[in-house]
Design a binder for this molecule. Structure first.
Ligand SMILES: *[C@@H]1O[C@H](CO)[C@@H](O)[C@H](O)[C@H]1NC(C)=O
Length: 427
């Protein structure tokens, strides 16, 4: 293990830096926003966004961008060092392609949220603005949306569409924090996921695809259930909301026609109208174990985890792994997030009464096949790396013989050579 300790330390140092940077960014944002008049603070005016300055008085949200381009590293009351925000963000997202212009709270929700609430953490592209708007009106709770906009000649139009969407729905202004990612790197889904999680304002987040309709009120059910809340607080459990889709795509166009109770859902499943999400790719959601779910009235633990499992989960924001930003494009990106979360010692539990239904839309298929092939290769190496890295971490932290390492042990022993490598290096 010797040669790796420095590496482990640097990794831990990196996580510490990220957390510290986040705290500093938020603190500074708050400080500048509350201390200075906006017009006098734009030392570095983001001229490209001048047209979305809130001249439109009907847009009530706070615009925090342009507040400062520096983050102050403080010791007590003293500013020790002033570092540019761009520089810090380049470190925060150093595994992604860059540079990116990340503007947190480009639109900030006017509501304040309870710490123990659940934020819908999601990615939105231009063609989904209305889907986000509907989600805001339906959920009426905290939403953290990462919106990627290409930094090209379409930018102005897209930002205008975004502003219109915000302006026309009071629920968006009330509940949705919008974080803008401006660059020319398409489909950096995991980086975008991390942006949405990073700036979420509550202790718990749900990693959600915005296309899914939240059919039941799991937010209320979770928050009033002490057993579930205790598990969430521990940071050692994530809750799966099972996902469904209509067998005839056109049935999935209008969410007001979707079942709103498990009983109604099961009727439609029995009649063949609805089925588990992506039945043709069983490994994606099969571990949820739908056959067990239908009659279930209690939460139950996922006991046949598969590395392709990619359920929609509610979990603790703090202390859980981030999504690996080296995954770009379709295939394996979400599964990689869930793999690392699982190996880090988070167990997956399935909620018995709640479910999501996919809202139909047209996919763009061209880019997908090549990217999937590329990511399959990357994912296979990634799993090996994660197994070794977390094994080392559990050894060093004295947790190898605890329950926390059991997900890792079960999963990593499937990797060829893992056992012998670990055996050799721990002697
Ligand atoms: C969705 O269905 C509801 C109820 O049947 C109907 O009132 C509404 O107009 C529909 N919406 C759309 C967009 O078709």
């Amino acid at each position: 293990m010797r040669p790796g300790i420095a590496q482990t330390c640097s990794k831990m140092g990196k996580y510490f830096l990220i957390v510290y940077a986040l705290a500093s960014v938020i603190y500074t944002a708050h400080y500048f926003y509350t201390t200075y008049d906006r017009t006098s603070t734009s030392e570095k005016p983001l001229s490209a966004f001048a047209h979305v300055e809130p001249q439109n008085r009907h847009v009530q949200q706070e615009h925090l961008r342009g507040f400062s381009s520096n983050v102050n590293w403080a010791s007590g009351q003293d500013v020790v060092q002033s570092v540019s925000e761009d520089f810090i963000l380049s470190k925060v997202f150093s595994d992604a392609m860059g540079p990116s212009n990340v503007m947190s709270y480009y639109y900030k929700a006017s509501s304040s949220f309870e710490q123990e609430d659940i934020t819908m953490s999601t990615l939105v592209t231009r063609n989904r603005f209305m889907v986000l708007s509907r989600l805001a009106s339906h959920y009426k709770g905290p939403i953290s949306a990462a919106i990627h906009v290409n930094d090209d000649e379409t930018k102005e139009l897209v930002l205008q569409e975004l502003e219109e969407m915000v302006a026309t729905n009071p629920d968006v202004r009330k509940f949705v924090d919008i974080h803008l990612i401006l660059d020319n790197f398409d489909r950096q889904f995991n980086m975008w996921r991390n942006v949405a999680k990073l700036f979420a304002r509550t202790d718990y987040v749900m990693m959600l695809d915005v296309d899914f309709h939240l059919c039941t009120d799991f937010r209320q059910r979770i928050r009033t259930n002490p057993e579930i809340m205790d598990k969430l607080r521990s940071g050692r459990a994530a809750f799966v909301v099972p996902a469904f889709e209509f067998t005839v795509q056109d049935d999935g166009l209008n969410s007001t026609t979707f079942p709103a109770s498990k009983e109604a859902l099961i009727k439609e499943v029995d009649s063949g109208k609805l089925d588990m999400f992506h039945k043709s790719w069983l490994r994606g959601h099969g571990s949820t174990n739908y056959a067990r779910w239908y009659p279930s009235q209690e939460i139950y633990q996922v006991d046949t985890y598969d590395f392709s499992y990619e359920p929609y989960i509610i979990y603790k924001k703090n202390g859980t792994p981030w999504c690996d930003e080296r995954f770009i494009g379709y295939g394996a990106n979400k599964a990689a997030c869930l793999y690392e979360i699982y190996l880090s010692g988070v167990d997956y539990w399935v909620l018995p009464e709640d479910f999501l239904i996919h809202q139909t839309h047209k996919y763009l298929e061209e880019a997908r096949r090549k990217e999937r092939q590329y990511n399959r290769k990357l994912y296979s190496n990634f799993r090996e790396e994660i197994c070794l890295r977390y094994s080392r971490m559990f050894y060093s932290s004295g947790e190898w013989d605890t329950d926390r390492a059991s997900n890792l042990k079960g999963e990593c022993e499937k990797i060829r050579g893992f056992r012998s490598t670990m055996h050799a290096s721990t002697l």
